[in-house]
Design a protein. Structure first.
Length: 293
């Protein structure tokens, strides 16, 4: 059974027997099917080959008896599912889910619960007691992803432009943003036209430290981001008893802010979202894949 976790920064893979014993582990390039489909598929196959090498066997000898269970960022992009199934047609079975869904399955061992991703983007999914799965958010930057690193970076650029024009607040963040962006007006406009979510999210990486230092701009952006995330969290946990796990690089920063705005006990601090474990559970039939062929 080959478990794949394909995300925007990299692809992780584990080759396991059905009893869970590990045969091989590998990492490869980014696995986001929306941002770079060809690269994501190449990363999957490279990780598969590396796992087989670690197990001491050839991919062509093992594929016909191996189930591929994968969780991908960007799987909902038009044509993405069909492209994965075509590229991975040599496998005995292909079970596909989003990376958020596999992390949810791994967090709650295939049982009901909810998960929210807070990183470059934001998304949430919930698995109901009857087995139905729903996704909230995940619409992408800039219209979606409220409260994400990319969203906060966009807010910071707007505030930085006001400061640059002499009509905005001072902030601890402006030195880092001034160093990252061009100085010339035309070049700034060109940067903003070309920048994607990752570039904006990179500008927000200093915000948690600035907020801890009581920087006014950082605190204001963090407060607005928390409001976005609370709306998503409340939608995910509307059913009584639903617990919410958090994942993503910004999850530790927002966890106490979300805890203060949610019902006591809603945040599942005792579980660890684990996409590869979730993909394994789906692969061996302990949970259903998100997409059905």
């Amino acid at each position: 059974m080959l478990a794949i976790d394909g995300g925007g920064t990299g692809t992780r893979a584990e080759l396991r027997r059905l009893d869970g014993s590990l045969l091989g582990r590998a990492e490869a390039g980014p696995g986001n099917l929306f941002q770079n489909r060809a690269g994501a598929l190449a990363a999957t196959l490279a990780a598969w080959s590396a796992c087989c090498a670690a197990a001491g066997t050839a991919p062509e000898l093992l594929a016909s008896t191996t189930c591929l269970s994968a969780g991908y960022a960007g799987l909902s992009a038009p044509g993405a599912e069909a492209a994965v199934r075509e590229a991975c047609a040599a496998f005995a079975a292909v079970k596909l889910s989003s990376d958020a869904y596999t992390a949810l399955i791994g967090a709650f061992e295939g049982g009901p619960g909810a998960l929210m991703v807070i990183g470059t983007g934001t998304a949430g999914c919930v698995l109901e007691p009857g087995g139905a799965a729903r996704q909230l958010g995940g619409w992408g930057f800039p219209a979606g992803d409220g409260g994400s690193g990319a969203w906060m970076g966009l807010q910071l650029v707007g505030a930085w432009l006001d400061w640059r024009d002499g009509i905005g607040e001072d902030s601890l963040l402006w030195a880092a943003i001034s160093a990252a962006l061009p100085a010339d007006r035309a070049e700034i406009l060109a940067w903003m036209r070309a920048a994607r979510s990752a570039e904006y999210a990179a500008l927000a990486r200093h915000l948690p430290a600035a907020a801890s230092s009581r920087d006014g701009v950082a605190l204001a952006v963090a407060e607005r981001a928390t409001a976005h995330l609370l709306r998503l969290a409340r939608g995910l946990t509307a059913a009584p008893g639903t617990r919410l796990a958090l994942i993503g690089g910004l999850a530790p920063f927002f966890a106490p802010r979300l805890a203060a705005g949610l019902r006591p006990g809603v945040l599942a601090d005792d579980v660890v979202p684990a996409a590869l474990h979730g993909a394994y559970l789906i692969g061996i039939g302990r949970a259903a894949p998100e997409l059905h062929s």
